[in-house]
Design a protein around this ligand. Structure first.
Ligand code: THU
Length: 131
């Protein structure tokens, strides 16, 4: 799938963001190795800390549907480029340590990076040592 198409899906999904507290909608589109795409939006809560970011919604939707191989993630918000938060970086790394990330905005501008660049030396399963 073309980068522009994945970004377009993230831009479209962003319209469904539930963000009455921040008024900052975020959209994500996750491309799986089999060509399917799972979208996500930020879902906020009156108890602010319960908010779930768009990236994690997309990943959790895909994983809960049995998907395990991910190729590319587009994230879009009203910024120069939409950079995933630290919590999302850790979750992205867990499920897709080699994934490419497109950080964009609703005008279609974007920059390309990888989770390796965004979260070098991540904590990972191999670091878990039994006591
Ligand atoms: N947000 C995301 O959805 N993804 C990120 O990576 C950064 C932040 C959301 C959370 C909250 O609803 C709003 O953006 C403002 O922080």
């Amino acid at each position: 799938m073309e980068d522009r198409e994945l970004l377009r899906l993230a831009i479209e999904a962003r319209k469904n963001a539930y963000c009455p507290y921040s008024n900052f909608p975020v959209g994500a589109a996750l491309l799986c190795a089999d060509g399917t795409v799972y979208t996500g939006v930020n879902v906020e809560n009156a108890s602010y800390g319960l908010t779930m970011c768009a990236e994690r919604v997309a990943i959790f939707k895909a994983v809960s549907e049995g998907k395990r191989d991910f190729v590319k993630l587009a994230v879009v918000c009203n910024a120069k480029r939409c950079s995933p938060c630290g919590a999302c970086r850790q979750v992205i790394h867990e499920h897709a340590p080699d994934i490419e990330i497109l950080m964009g905005n609703p005008n279609g501008e974007f920059t390309r990076t990888t989770i390796q660049a965004l979260l070098p030396q991540a904590f990972e399963s191999g670091d878990l040592m039994p006591e």
